[in-house]
Ligand binder design. Structure first.
Ligand code: PLP
Length: 312
C-alpha cells in the first residue's frame, strides 16, 4: 500500500488528510468532470529532493482544465508552491503528487457549471508502479479488447478524470486475464498506449512511438524519452505502429511518471525479442533514472528543488 501523506493541500491551505474530505454530491464524483496530474519527486545526490518537470505537468493541468472550460482558481505559480509545500509538510523527498481539479457540490445534473472549482494536492510514497520485478525483468502485456477513446468523443490531450474508465476497463481485463498491463489500440487499429503509459517499440536499433495525432496522452515522460533518445544518437520516429510490430520487434517499453521506463517482456503470450529487457530499453531506463535524480547536469533545468525559493 502506498504511504499516504498526513497533510493535503485543499483549496489554498494545508489540512490534515482526514479533513480533506468532500460532500457525496461533489459533481466530479458523479460525472467525472475534472482533471488531474501525477508528478514525481526524487532525492538527488546531495540528499535534496526535486520535482521532475513540474512546469510541464502544471501546464498540462491548465491545458486539461481549459479543454473542459474549468477555470482553476489559482495561478500556476501558486500551485507550483503548493506542490513543494505538500512534499515538505509530509517529509517526502521521493514522492508522488496528485493534483486534482474538481467541480464541488452545489447543484446536481450535467449542466451545473456554476459549482465551485476546487483543487486538492495529495502526496504519497509510490514505488515501482508495475512492480520491482517488472522494472527489472519486464512485464507481460495484452492487447486490449477495449479501444482507446475516440477523438470525437473524448479529449485525449486532457488528463480528464472520467476518461480513465476506458483505461480501467482495459487494465482490469488484462489483470483478470493474468497479465500485468494492457496495450490499447486506437479507433483505426494502430497502437495507442498502455492504460497509464505511453509506448515505445525498438526494431533494429530504431525507436518508434505513436504520434501525438493519435488519441494518446501527451506524456511528459514520453517527451523526456524522445529527447534523451535523440541526444543519445538513436533514430526515433513518431509514426503509426501496427499491432504485429509488437510481436516482431526487438524491444518494447512503456513510459509514464508512475511507470517511469518499464520494459515489456511479453505481448499476447509472445516473447518480445529474447524475452528479456533489451539494450536500448536498459540504456534509456538507466539514463532516465540518473536524469530525474540530477546526476546528468545537462538536464538540470527539468528539476525544481522542493526546498528554498518561493512558497516556503
Ligand atoms: C493514459 C496515459 N498515458 C500516458 C501517461 C504517461 O504520461 P506522463 O509521462 O506524463 O506521466 C499517463 C500518465 O499520466 C496516462 O494516464
Amino acid at each position: 500500500m502506498p504511504e499516504i501523506g498526513t497533510q493535503v493541500w485543499l483549496d489554498g491551505k494545508l489540512v490534515p488528510s482526514e479533513q480533506a474530505t468532500v460532500h457525496v454530491l461533489t459533481h466530479t464524483l458523479h460525472y467525472g468532470y475534472g482533471v488531474f496530474e501525477g508528478i514525481r519527486s526524487y532525492e538527488g545526490e546531495r540528499g535534496a529532493g526535486s520535482l521532475f518537470r513540474l512546469r510541464e505537468h502544471l501546464q498540462r493541468l491548465f491545458d486539461s482544465a481549459k479543454i473542459l472550460k474549468l477555470e482553476i482558481p489559482f495561478s500556476a505559480e501558486a500551485l507550483s508552491a503548493a506542490c513543494r509545500q505538500v512534499l515538505r509538510a509530509n517529509g517526502l523527498k521521493e514522492g508522488y503528487l496528485r493534483p486534482l481539479v474538481f467541480l464541488g457540490h452545489g447543484k446536481m445534473g450535467l449542466g451545473a457549471f456554476a459549482n465551485p472549482v476546487r483543487v486538492a494536492i495529495a502526496g504519497w510514497v509510490w514505488g515501482a508502479y508495475l512492480g520491482d520485478d517488472g522494472m527489472r525483468d519486464g512485464i507481460r502485456a495484452k492487447v486490449s479488447s477495449f479501444t482507446r477513446i475516440h477523438p470525437n468523443s473524448n479529449m485525449a490531450r486532457g488528463k480528464i478524470v472520467g476518461q480513465y474508465v476506458n483505461s480501467i476497463l482495459a487494465k482490469r481485463e488484462a489483470v483478470d486475464g493474468g497479465y500485468d498491463e494492457c496495450i490499447l489500440l486506437d479507433h483505426q487499429g494502430w497502437i495507442a498506449e498502455g492504460s497509464g503509459e505511453n509506448i515505445f517499440v525498438v526494431r533494429e536499433g530504431k525507436i518508434l512511438t505513436p504520434p501525438l495525432s493519435s488519441p494518446i496522452l501527451a506524456g511528459v515522460t514520453r517527451d523526456t524519452i524522445i529527447r534523451l533518445a535523440k541526444d543519445e544518437g538513436y533514430e526515433l520516429h513518431q509514426c503509426n505502429v501496427p499491432r504485429d510490430e509488437l510481436y516482431t520487434s526487438d524491444e518494447v517499453f512503456l513510459t509514464g511518471t508512475a511507470a517511469e521506463v518499464t520494459p515489456v517482456r511479453e505481448v499476447d503470450d509472445r516473447p518480445v525479442g529474447t524475452g528479456r529487457p533489451g539494450a536500448v530499453t536498459r540504456r534509456l531506463q538507466k539514463l532516465y533514472r540518473d536524469v530525474v535524480r540530477g546526476k546528468e547536469p545537462r538536464y538540470a533545468d527539468w528539476l525544481t528543488p522542493i526546498e528554498g525559493g518561493a512558497g516556503q
